[in-house]
Design a protein. Structure first.
Length: 123
């Protein structure tokens, strides 16, 4: 997510036409849970957050996606939800590239060939 105030990744299962978690096959549901837990643990270790919020809203974008948001007790809206409450401070283009490079390296070093990771360049 293009907001440098909070570390925020979005996991998008590569399944066409899926809007809700319950629409996934049992196998895909287990894979999404595994990947989500993997990303959650990695983000919390790397960014040293106080809490991790994982949510699937989809009100604006109906394709199934899971937000992983690292929260801090000192963030500007703690303990309230971030949606509609937090200002956006976009990354500069060079900072965005650097952040993505760091996340690719961090995540890539943990993946053992069983998970495909795709990074969207434009955040």
């Amino acid at each position: 997510m293009n907001n440098r105030l909070l570390p925020w990744l979005i996991l998008v299962p590569k399944r066409a036409g899926i809007r809700e978690v319950y629409e996934l096959s049992i196998k895909d549901h287990g894979l999404v849970q595994k990947e989500s837990s993997f990303i959650a643990q990695l983000l919390m270790q790397h960014y040293k957050g106080d809490k991790l919020n994982v949510a699937s809203l989809g009100n604006m974008v109906p394709q199934l996606h899971l937000h992983h948001i690292v929260r801090y007790q000192h963030d500007s809206v703690w303990p309230n939800p971030v949606w509609g409450n937090i200002a956006s401070k976009p990354y500069s283009q060079s900072d965005a590239k650097q952040e993505l490079k760091q996340l690719r390296k961090l995540i890539g070093s943990q993946v053992q060939g069983h998970t495909e990771l795709v990074f969207r360049e434009q955040i």
